[in-house]
Ligand binder design. Structure first.
Ligand SMILES: Nc1ncnc2c1ncn2[C@@H]1O[C@H](COP(=O)(O)OP(=O)(O)OP(=O)(O)O)[C@@H](O)[C@H]1O
Length: 925
């Protein structure tokens, strides 16, 4: 372990000095709860801020920490200033770094480093965010605010290590030109990339014009990290990042030099920020259990300010070291992460040890050696431990209850550091190395007078002595040597020129003194202006705050305006819609009005029509009323008539009923007679059979009596002449044909509508259809009924009468006659004479004579027309009378019957109907 002799001095002297000096500035910043810390229950009010400088840590068992005793106790610590979670970045800068930043312009060096657990907000405090810049961006802003237009555009000097300066030339700025090219590679124009190059090219002429400016500042930035105890440059080419080698540390008794560290001149704030952003991107970070982007190295930013003035002998150089230390964390990882954590913790431990030793040395009689060589970090910061600069420590505190033990340790160290006083020592004499043959700027104060002028003075004295001592020189009236070829003449001229130059130099000196005074005044004025600017800045900040609040108001107003605009647009839309509707409604109204007009006209016309119709109706009603009264009278009359007719009808009905009863009885009789007739028909059939046998007998008899002549007297004049004898076959045939004709007649008689032969045709309604068939028997009978024509001979008549007298028909019905036998068997009372007068035997028929064919025929006809029984005849008479009664006295259709119809009676009696009814009644009547 090496010792640092610069830190060891006389103990008593040092203690006295220390008391006068301010201690190390230690600030505590407590970050707010982030992420899910509140939901995890990390807020257990473990930290209690007593006042601006005092903070108390509550110690009792928590959910995750059971180390502490059960009873609640507080550890109270005092620091320079405490900032709670409400502290803004700007507030922090104003309190911590504003004054140190101003002081680097007076040549002081400052070290600001952050300490704290991992994830406690160290990087956030240093760099911040684009919207909420941290201490470094604000510090740069402050520096460039001071520098203003006095930036050294000539880049006359460059830092050599942390303590020395070198004058620049064409060669030693080449590295910086290259650095700037890749750092500002994203520039759209080449202005910044070529800026330094252009300066160097114009350097010759600029250097000649040294008298124009009086105060210059040049700002240089270097950015490196301490990773695993190696110094690694952060401003190297991205392509060389992986190959980059650790930089070497070179130390002497006064300072530490990092060899080959890139230092870049920046000419404005933008360039400085871009440079730092470039370096920050190269920093080693990785994800840990506690932080998404945990710093795995200590990042050190060095801002170097070179100041030179025409009236000062030497340029001054000051540094601002801003160090974002990696977080102190438990050694829980493995492999690479464990190595990183160990190195981080070692370097932090050494840093704390150095502070502790310094603190202990304040009171200890025997001064201890600083263990700064134990880590690269403390080696670099050594000048600050030996008083070559001031130190600020910012302790970032994680408020979570989980880490309260580590927080307590950190605050304990902070309180210790805050009590530590580091005695400042005189800065070593800065060496300005002139490497180029080109002359540097000529300083007025340098060497008292210009070299040339001093030499001239020396020559002048010599020359004047020469001239004064010259005796043989011929002078004119003005005292000028006449001989221009002589040395005295030229000496004289030179003397005069020197005098003139001296005069000019004196004048210039006076001018420069005057200008210096003016500039001093101007500087005073500028300083005054700076204070004014500071005031203005505060005012500006206040104004900015006001602007912010106003902006908020404006934003809210804008939002309101937007909403109002939207509303107005909506309203406008509604208005347009309503206007459209209004025009539409107007058009509708117009059309409705026109329609109303036409309707009004129609209404008027209809009204007039209505009035006329009303009048007509009134008249019509009157007429109807009159007609109604008439109709009522008519109805009364008709009712009366109807009553009469009804009575008549009742009488007639009674009559009809009586007649109906009669008809019914007649019908019964008729049925009985029909039964009898069927019986008779059967009898007739039997008689026919008998008749045939009789015929046969008759034929036999005829054959027997062929020889006997038969006189046949024909009573009818229309009768054909006496028939010639007919052969038997022919007679038989004739008989048969007659019988068939008789059968046909019988069959015709079966028909009910055929009237009986004695029924008068004219009295029967059924007889209105006379039978087209002529019954020969009836004709014969009619003919028989007729009186015998006078053409008949008396003989014949007599004969026939005699025959009839002698041989009445009854005797003809002898025992051998089947006809008589049958008749006598069935009805002895039946007699053809009694029954039917028409069938009485004709007196013309002579029975005495042998039967002739005509007689046979008459017999046949007799049998054929067997008269019905009396009963049948009576029945027929009754029936015919009944039947004749119907159609002979038909009931006339009565109008009352029509009126009796319910449909007609119920029908509404309109005048028209009434009229029709009346006309019908009239027509019926
Ligand atoms: N004052 C603050 N306000 C709001 N957020 C903060 C504040 N301080 C820290 N944070 C947030 O806390 C988180 C951790 O912060 P940061 O990375 O700076 O911690 P750290 O101490 O640098 O950690 P490490 O040592 O691991 O690098 C970040 O997300 C950051 O945004």
């Amino acid at each position: 372990m090496s010792t640092d002799t610069t830190a060891i001095g006389n103990a008593n002297e040092t203690t006295n000095i220390r008391r006068a000096e301010p201690p190390v500035n230690v600030y505590v910043r407590i970050r707010p709860f982030i992420g899910d810390e509140l939901t995890r229950g990390e807020n257990q009010n473990m930290l209690c801020i007593r006042d601006e400088k005092r903070i108390a840590v509550k110690l009792y068992p928590t959910a995750t920490n059971n180390i502490r005793p059960a009873q609640t106790s507080y550890n109270e610590y005092e620091v320079t200033r405490i900032f709670d979670h409400n502290c803004t970045q700007q507030e922090l800068f104003e309190q911590i770094l504003e004054q140190p930043t101003d002081e680097i312009f007076t040549g002081s060096n400052w070290l600001l480093c952050t300490l704290g657990l991992t994830n406690s907000g160290k990087t956030h405090t240093m760099f911040g965010t684009p919207k909420d810049p941290g201490l470094i961006p604000q510090c740069l802003q402050r520096i460039f605010l001071h520098v203003g237009y006095n930036i050294d555009k000539k880049v006359l000097f460059k830092p050599d290590g942390l303590e020395n300066l070198v004058q620049t030339n064409m060669n030693n700025l080449q590295d910086e030109i290259n650095y700037r090219k890749y750092i500002f590679k994203d520039d759209k124009d080449d202005r910044r990339r070529n800026h330094l190059q252009n300066i160097i090219q114009d350097q010759q002429s600029i250097l000649d014009d040294h008298s124009v400016e009086d105060e210059h500042y040049s700002v240089w930035i270097s950015f490196f990290e301490l990773y695993n105890e190696n110094v690694l440059d952060l401003l190297v080419k991205p392509s060389a990042m992986k190959k980059r080698k650790p930089l070497r540390l070179m130390q002497n008794s006064e300072s530490t030099i990092i060899k080959d560290l890139v230092q870049i001149p920046v000419f404005d704030l933008k360039e400085a920020e871009d440079t730092i952003r470039f370096g920050y991107a190269n920093r080693a970070t990785s994800k840990t259990d506690l932080n998404e982007a945990s710093s795995r190295s200590h990042a050190v930013l060095c801002i170097t300010l070179i100041t030179f003035d025409e009236f000062e002998e030497e340029p001054t150089m000051s540094h601002m070291y801003i160090c974002d230390l990696a977080g102190n964390e438990p050694s829980t990882g493995t492999g690479k992460q464990l190595v990183e954590t160990c190195n981080i913790n070692t370097s932090l431990m050494t840093f704390k040890d150095c502070i502790r030793v310094l603190n202990e040395n304040q009171t200890a009689k025997k001064q201890m050696l600083l263990p700064y060589r134990n880590s690269v970090l403390t080696s670099i910061f050594r000048p600050f431990f030996i008083g070559r600069g001031r130190t600020i420590i910012c302790c970032n505190v994680n408020p979570c209850a989980t880490f309260i033990s580590q927080t307590n340790d950190l605050l304990k160290f902070s309180a210790l550091a805050q009590k530590t006083i580091i005695v400042p020592v005189e800065p070593p004499q800065k060496k300005v190395v002139v490497e180029s043959k080109i002359k540097g700027p000529k300083r007025l104060g340098q060497g008292g007078r210009p070299i040339g002028i001093g030499k001239k003075k020396h020559h002048q004295s010599l020359d004047s002595e020469d001239i004064d001592d010259q005796d043989g020189v011929v002078l004119d009236e003005a005292g000028i040597p006449v001989d221009v070829q002589s040395i005295y003449y030229w000496k004289y001229c030179t003397k005069k020129a020197m005098d003139l130059l001296q005069k000019q130099a004196n004048n210039r000196r006076l001018f420069l003194v005057q200008r210096h005074e003016e500039r001093t005044k101007a500087i005073e004025h500028i300083l005054c202006q700076r204070t004014q600017i500071a005031q203005l800045n505060t005012e500006k900040q206040a104004a900015n705050q006001q602007i912010d609040s106003l902006n908020k108001i404006i934003r809210s107003e804008q939002e309101n305006t937007k909403q109002m605009k939207a509303k107005s647009q909506e309203t406008e839309k509604k208005y347009h819609d309503l206007a459209k509707k209004f025009t539409q409604t107007n058009q509708d109204n117009d059309t409705l009005r026109s329609r109303l007009k036409t309707l009004q006209q129609k209404f008027d016309s209809l009204n007039t029509e209505y009035n006329t119709i009303l009048e007509q109706n009134r008249q019509h009603e009157q007429e109807q009323f009159n007609a109604k009264t008439q109709h009522n009278e008519e109805i009364k009359h008709l009712k009366h008539e109807y009553e009469q007719e009804r009575l008549d009808k009742l009488q007639k009905d009674k009559l009809i009923e009586q007649l109906n009863e009669k008809i019914r009885s007649e019908q019964n009789l008729n049925e009985k007679s029909q039964q009898e007739s069927t019986q008779l028909k059967q009898d007739l059939k039997v008689i026919h059979a008998k008749y045939d046998t009789l015929q046969m007998e008759l034929l036999q008899l005829r054959e027997e009596k062929t020889k006997e002549p038969i006189v046949v007297i024909d009573p009818l004049p229309s009768h054909p002449p006496a028939p010639t004898p007919i052969p038997a076959t022919t007679t038989t045939r004739l008989m048969r044909s007659k019988r068939s004709a008789h059968e046909e007649d019988t069959q015709d008689n079966k028909k009910p509508k055929h009237g009986t032969p004695d029924r008068p045709a004219g009295n029967s309604g059924l007889a209105s259809k006379p039978s087209t068939r002529k019954i020969p028997s009836r004709t014969n009978l009619d003919d028989e009924r007729k009186p015998t024509p006078p053409t008949l001979t008396k003989d014949v008549k007599t004969k026939s009468a005699s025959i009839l007298k002698k041989r009445p028909l009854a005797p003809s019905n002898s025992a051998d006659s089947p006809m008589l036998t049958a008749k006598s068997g069935t009805n002895s009372t039946t007699s053809p004479v009694d029954l039917h007068p028409l069938v009485q035997p004709s007196p013309a028929i002579s029975t005495t004579m042998s039967p002739k064919p005509s007689t046979i025929q008459r017999i046949q006809s007799f049998f054929r027309h067997t008269p019905p029984s009396n009963r049948i005849i009576n029945q027929l008479k009754t029936t015919s009378a009944g039947i004749a009664c119907g159609p002979s006295s038909p009931l006339p259709a009565s109008p009352i019957a029509i009126l009796q119809k319910p449909s007609l009676a119920m029908r509404k009696q309109t005048p028209k109907r009434r009229y029709k009814l009346r006309s019908r009644v009239n027509s019926n009547q």
